[in-house]
Design a binder for this molecule. Structure first.
Ligand code: GLA
Length: 394
């Protein structure tokens, strides 16, 4: 299925490339999107996170040119940009081009290499604003292309960190490392366990061939750049400071009494934010144990506790995501359910629902229908499984 999605994108990009540049592309760089099984909003708190790359992709078809100009056409915006690759690249209007500028800038800074000129077409089947890391896919597919054109392979962790830097400096989103690491390191049939303190990655085999993952996009998206994400980061930094610790990995749930017993209203908020961080780190560790023991019975409770904590303590869910979770939990196919929760940054976006593969299609359609009956929103949904990270097509 994964290669079907890529094949279709490759065909489409080839046609568009021929149309725009009157020649055929010679390089295809592809990056998946990601979902997160568990470990939400703790990648910027030295936590553990457990995402996986999905079988939805962004693909760049390209061909080198001899002059120092990058010309890119993006199917999504329907617009073409020209970037002069001299020292003073100026940022252009369409928002997708900011990620490209950012990546070009940080690649040049990290490698001290001159940037290679190229023509490119970008196509994708990762919904934008769906909480599935379409922007990380754009950053990492572009870096994969630059590696090839410059004949310079970056260490994978550095590559992911350059993508994150581009997001900070050129898109204004102070994200953690999860998305870029997930789409860089993803491997078919594996989850990507990231220790965000050491930035070490361990691939954990997904031991349940009978379980499929449904992604349901609730159809609303509130931009992470609108300040709520940055505010959470400030709150957890403040909480950590009040606890007198230098890393969340040193904090135990009992340490939180300092905030809990404080009479101040703002400390009451910090207490809830801190409780989310500490409890979510523990839930990731329990989930990893369940995976290593191939014990799927623990998943529903762990995923439910994660969602509740994100809704009540961290306050990054929204009515639409809560409704999807509620509807999945009251599904006529409930006996096939292995857990459901919001995934990604929140404030809209998507849920994941683990479900017996035999009933996944029926479960997903029923969930979408009942969601539409309540909200009038027809949710985009698909079934996915852990897939390979960014790579060049042979
Ligand atoms: C967004 C950010 C990630 C991470 C998640 C929440 O996807 O880009 O770094 O913080 O939100 O887990």
């Amino acid at each position: 299925m994964s290669s079907d999605s890529i094949k279709q994108l490759q065909n489409k990009a080839t046609q568009l490339f021929q149309h725009h540049f009157n020649t055929s592309p010679t390089i295809f760089s592809v990056s998946p999107g990601r979902v997160n099984l568990i470990g939400e909003h703790i990648d910027y708190c030295d936590g553990f996170v457990l995402p996986f790359a999905i079988n939805r992709h962004l693909l760049i078809a390209a061909k080198p040119v001899n002059n120092p100009v990058a010309t890119l056409f993006a199917e999504l915006g329907g617009d073409t940009i020209h970037i002069s690759l001299d020292q003073n690249m100026t940022i252009q209007a369409p928002s997708w081009s900011h990620y490209i500028h950012g990546v070009l800038h940080h690649f040049r800074e990290a490698t001290s290499l001159p940037l290679p000129g190229f023509n490119a077409v970008i196509v994708s089947d990762i919904p934008v604003g769906g909480g599935l890391s379409s922007s990380a896919a754009l950053e990492i597919a572009t870096l994969t292309l630059l590696e090839h054109l410059s004949n310079h392979t970056l260490p994978p962790s550095l590559k992911a960190l350059l993508g994150q830097k581009a997001e900070h400096s050129h898109a204004g989103v102070p994200c953690g490392i999860m998305d870029q690491f997930a789409v860089t390191f993803g491997r078919k049939d594996h989850l990507t366990l990231i220790d965000c303190l050491t930035q070490k990655v361990e691939l954990i085999p997904f031991p349940f061939p009978e379980i499929a993952c449904i992604v349901t996009n609730c159809g609303v998206s509130h931009s992470l750049a609108d300040g709520a994400y940055a505010k959470r980061r400030q709150e957890v930094n403040k909480a950590l400071q009040s606890l007198g610790k230098s890393s969340w990995r040193e904090v135990r749930i009992d340490d939180l009494h300092i905030l809990k017993n404080s009479p101040s209203d703002s400390d009451a908020i910090l207490f809830r934010r801190a409780r989310h961080v500490v409890s979510e780190i523990a839930r990731v560790q329990k989930t990893v144990d369940a995976l290593r023991n191939a014990d799927s019975s623990k998943l529903p409770t762990l995923l439910a506790a994660s969602h509740d904590s994100l809704r009540n303590d961290y306050e990054v869910s929204c009515n639409e995501l809560d409704l999807l979770v509620e509807l999945a939990n009251s599904s006529p196919f409930k006996s096939s359910l292995f857990g459901t929760r919001m995934t990604g940054g929140g404030f809209g976006g998507s849920t994941i629902t683990l479900c017996h593969r035999d009933n996944a299609e029926a479960f997903a359609n029923d969930l979408a229908t009942r969601y539409k009956n309540t909200t009038q929103i027809n949710p985009f949904h698909f079934i996915t499984h852990p897939s390979d990270g960014a790579h060049l097509l042979q």
